[in-house]
Design a protein around this ligand. Structure first.
Ligand code: SF4
Ligand code: SF4
Length: 260
C-alpha cells in the first residue's frame, strides 16, 4: 500500500518530471561503470571477466521504498531518498570497488558533456532562479496567511424553510443558523449581536456561545425587527460575533432579513 501511495498519490513524482532538465542533480546509476552486471568471486577483478562494477545483488531494489530499480534509469516514482546510494556504497566497500556506482549526478554529466566537478556551477541557470523565486513567493504567502489567520470563522445560513413569521408583539421574525469554527487550540467563548435596522434584536439575547478547541458549534437564533422598518423585501443586516476572551476580536458577517 505504501508503494502505491508513493506511485499514484504523491504529487512530488508528478512535479519532478516537469521541472527536470539534463542539468538537474538526480540520483543515477552509472551504466558505463556498472554494466555488464553480474556476480563474481570476491577479490576477482571484474574486467578480467568482462564485467562492470554492478554485482547484480539487487540490494538497491530491496531498500527502495517505492520498489523501483534505479538501474533502469530515472523513474517518476523515485522520491530521491538516496537509500539506494547508501546501500550500493556498502556493497562497493565490501567488494573493494570505489563508491558512487549509484550517486548524485546529472544526465549531461553521465553522458560526458562536462566533468562532474562542474555540476555546482550549473546551479546558476534561469530555471533554478525561477524556481527559487516561486518557492520564496509561496513561502512568504504561507507565512503571511499563518500570521493573519483568524482565530475563528463564522458561517451564517438563513432558514429558508420559514421565510418570515409575525410574533405575538406584531414584530417580524426570521430564523438563522450560525456556525462558529474555533481554529485555535484553546476553548473560546463568544457573544452574538445583530445590527442593520432600527431596534432590530436577537433572541436569545446575549447568550454566550462556548466553542471547544478546534471544534465547530452551531446555534439557532431568531432575529426580530419592527415591521415599520422591515418593509417588504430583503434588508441587509450584520451579525457581530465577538470573542469574550478577547473583546477586540470580532467578526462581522453580512446577511439579509426578509420583511413582510
Ligand atoms: S546495490 Fe549496487 S551492485 Fe547491487 S545491484 Fe544495485 S547497483 Fe548493482
Ligand atoms: S532514491 Fe530512493 S526512491 Fe529513488 S530509486 Fe533510490 S531508493 Fe528508490
Amino acid at each position: 500500500m505504501r508503494e502505491q501511495v508513493c506511485k499514484y498519490m504523491c504529487p512530488y513524482a508528478r512535479f519532478q518530471s516537469v521541472m527536470f532538465d539534463e542539468d538537474t542533480l538526480i540520483i543515477s546509476y552509472d551504466e558505463n561503470r556498472g554494466e555488464p552486471r553480474g556476480a563474481r568471486k570476491k577479490g576477482v577483478d571484474p574486467k578480467t571477466q568482462n564485467l562492470g562494477d554492478c554485482i547484480n545483488c539487487g540490494i538497491c531494489v530491496q531498500v527502495c521504498p517505492v520498489g523501483i530499480d534505479i538501474r533502469n534509469g530515472l523513474q517518476y516514482e523515485c522520491i530521491g531518498c538516496a537509500a539506494c546510494i547508501d546501500a550500493c556504497d556498502e556493497v562497493m566497500d565490501k567488494i573493494g570497488s570505489p563508491r558512487g556506482l549509484i550517486r548524485y549526478t546529472t544526465e549531461a554529466a553521465l553522458e560526458g558533456k562536462y566533468p562532474e566537478k562542474e555540476i555546482p556551477s550549473r546551479l546558476k541557470r534561469p530555471r533554478v532562479v525561477m524556481y527559487a523565486l516561486v518557492l520564496s513567493i509561496v513561502l512568504v504567502a504561507a507565512i503571511t496567511s499563518l500570521i493573519l489567520r483568524k482565530p475563528f470563522k463564522v458561517d451564517i445560513i438563513r432558514d429558508r424553510a420559514s421565510l418570515v413569521r409575525e410574533t405575538d408583539e406584531g414584530w417580524l421574525e426570521n430564523n438563522y443558523s450560525i456556525k462558529i469554527i474555533n481554529t485555535t487550540e484553546q476553548n473560546q467563548h463568544f457573544v452574538i449581536s445583530v445590527e442593520g435596522l432600527p431596534g432590530i434584536k436577537m433572541v436569545p439575547v446575549n447568550k454566550p456561545v462556548d466553542v471547544k478547541a478546534t471544534e465547530t458549534e452551531s446555534v439557532s437564533v431568531r432575529v426580530q425587527a419592527d415591521p415599520q422598518y422591515a418593509t417588504k423585501g430583503s434588508h441587509e443586516i450584520h451579525f457581530v460575533i465577538r470573542s469574550i476572551n478577547n473583546p477586540a476580536l470580532h467578526v462581522e458577517e453580512k446577511s439579509s432579513f426578509i420583511g413582510e
